[in-house]
Design a protein around this ligand. Structure first.
Ligand SMILES: CC(C)(COP(=O)(O)OP(=O)(O)OC[C@H]1O[C@@H](n2cnc3c(N)ncnc32)[C@H](O)[C@@H]1OP(=O)(O)O)[C@@H](O)C(=O)NCCC(=O)NCCS
Length: 148
């Protein structure tokens, strides 16, 4: 089935929220899904569209210091391990570089071993930062230079 990457529409945003468990399992990351991202950072908020719906998405933006920051990336439970996450990152990196980004950054929970393996597989360096959120929580922080 053909999968096309395209900027997320408002309806896509609501669709991925409705199907939230298919992307995130038991974890509730709905509060991190901000419509502002889709409205204001359109070129760096992408969905992977197929005949049977949205297979994955990446929501991010470029910071003033030239960092392409990936806020959320997820692929649907039936699409994992097929290279779609890598494809979404490549499209995000290209869009971010087009806006002047020179590096990429993302964060994830230290328990999210799949995400850590995924980011390392994409050539990110992982750093474990204590008290990242000011509430004592350690987070895995990923960095890598562009191009991807
Ligand atoms: C993390 C996630 C986005 C990966 O997406 P994916 O479509 O399965 O990833 P890909 O198939 O493109 O894999 C790309 C590379 O990552 C690595 N990788 C991906 N999943 C992995 C896993 N579970 N274990 C080890 N390596 C893995 C592989 O090295 C792969 O390299 P290859 O292309 O040389 O084979 C997906 O598992 C997911 O949506 N998880 C739930 C949401 C989440 O935790 N998101 C990240 C936090 S923001």
């Amino acid at each position: 089935m053909e999968i096309r990457l395209a900027p997320a529409r408002v309806a896509d945003f609501h669709q991925v929220l409705a199907d939230h468990p298919r992307y995130w399992g038991d974890r509730d990351l709905r509060p991190m899904h901000l419509i502002t991202l889709v409205q204001e950072f359109g070129p760096t908020c992408l969905v992977a569209r197929a005949g049977d719906g949205i297979r994955g998405y990446v929501f991010g933006f470029v910071t003033p210091d030239g960092t392409g920051y990936v806020h959320l990336i997820a692929t649907r439970d039936d699409s994992r391990g097929t290279g779609l996450g890598r494809r979404l990152y490549a499209a995000f990196a290209e869009a971010a570089a087009g806006q002047g980004a020179r590096r990429l950054k993302a964060i994830t929970a230290v328990e999210n071993t799949r995400s850590i393996a995924f980011h390392r597989g994409l050539g990110f360096a992982a750093e474990f930062v204590d008290d990242y959120d000011g509430n004592g929580r350690t987070m895995a922080v990923f960095h890598r230079d562009l191009p991807l």
